[in-house]
Design a protein around this ligand. Structure first.
Ligand code: NDP
Ligand code: OXD
Length: 311
């Protein structure tokens, strides 16, 4: 029985060394040094090359090294009979909370405009109408682990928060919405829109011209979910027309963002390098090992993904 770490470009040696240190009895291997493929029962994976996972015929559990699992499903040969366990981790959640609060507060305090003023040596403290936090409506697409935490944190700062999910939620202090009418209701009022949806066939391209047009004029966008949620040319159109004032993007259709991409130099776009929140091996290694033990003890695995729903 062996555990294979398949995470090209994501420090597979670090994951392997934490696993070996905490569970010396396990046979930990790093792809492509797979050894006998029939021995691979567990895979610890991030962006595995297509077709690799299907070659391990005794594979039982794939541990996604992120909260998102779209990196697995983009493999046309993905072995759908295995169990997927994803990252749900307080430090990952905290990282996203910090990112979202940072960028919401920047927008709420009009920082992009103040940055422009500084570059022109303009001292103007009264140029823009200032909203109080309880006058600011914020919409969050996705009320899962990350969206719910961000919603509660923003609500604790007195913002009016609406959230949208597939199933109906009840979260004190948050207006929870579902369906198309719920989405439209959220969009109509949200001057800051945050995307924390998983990437699935239903959510791909959701951040498009039609959706942006339903926001109040001059709204702000924060996309920390996946690049394929966004129709890039629609964002540029809406920034150019003033329908959107500014966008903060952590995720992109192609990562790393190509050097020549228009987003880099657009003065209404903030680019961050997919580091809104990063899985920390020091904490997440424990949930992997605990789940391996659960599997060995024939107990239910935690943080599993519904393969049918794609998240
Ligand atoms: P969860 O699975 O916990 O939550 C997903 C939420 O989206 C749920 O509320 C779900 O609804 C909702 N949802 C899914 N599909 C739809 C749909 N078609 N319509 C409406 N709502 C929908 O995910 P997490 O909160 O843990 O993570 C969200 C995403 O954040 C990840 O998939 C990943 O892409 C991204 N991420 C980005 C990081 C970064 O550094 N940039 C770091 C970590 C994650 P319901 O509750 O009803 O199921
Ligand atoms: C994740 C990510 O899904 O890092 O965890 O994007």
């Amino acid at each position: 029985m062996a555990v294979l770490v398949i995470a090209p470009n994501e420090r597979p040696d670090i994951w392997a060394s934490y696993l070996r240190e905490l569970a010396p009895e396990l046979d930990i291997r790093i792809w492509p040094d797979t050894g006998d493929p029939d021995k691979i029962i567990y895979a610890v994976a991030w962006n595995p090359p297509a077709g690799i996972l299907a070659s391990f015929t005794n594979l039982k559990i794939i541990f996604s090294l992120g909260a998102g699992v779209d990196h697995l499903f983009k493999d046309p040969d993905f072995p759908t009979e295995v169990t997927i366990s994803r990252v749900i981790d307080p430090y990952l959640t905290a990282g996203m909370r910090e990112y979202v609060l940072l960028h919401v507060l920047k927008y709420h305090k009009n920082q992009p405009e103040l940055d422009k003023q500084q570059r022109k040596h303009i001292w103007n403290s009264r140029e823009n109408e200032r909203l109080q936090s309880d006058e600011r409506n914020i919409g969050i697409l996705g009320l899962g682990i990350l969206g719910t935490d961000c919603a509660k944190s923003l609500s604790a700062l007195n913002f009016n928060v609406k959230g949208w999910s597939r199933s109906m939620k009840v979260i004190p202090g948050i207006t929870c919405l579902t369906g198309l009418s719920g989405l439209n209701h959220l969009l109509n009022s949200s001057s800051i829109l945050i995307c924390l949806l998983p990437l699935t066939k239903d959510t791909e391209g959701i951040l498009n011209f039609s959706l942006f047009s339903k926001l109040p004029k001059g709204a702000y966008l924060i996309n920390a979910a996946r690049g394929n949620h966004l129709i890039e040319k629609d964002l540029i159109t809406c920034l150019d027309s003033g329908q959107l004032t500014h966008a903060t993007l952590d995720v992109f259709r192609k990562e790393p963002l190509p050097k020549e991409h228009i987003f880099w130099d657009h003065d209404k776009i903030t680019v961050t390098p997919h580091n809104a929140s990063i899985t920390d091996p020091r904490t997440v290694v424990y949930q992997i090992l605990e789940n391996i033990q659960r599997h060995l003890d024939a107990k239910p695995i935690s943080n599993t993904v519904d393969i049918k729903n794609g998240y």
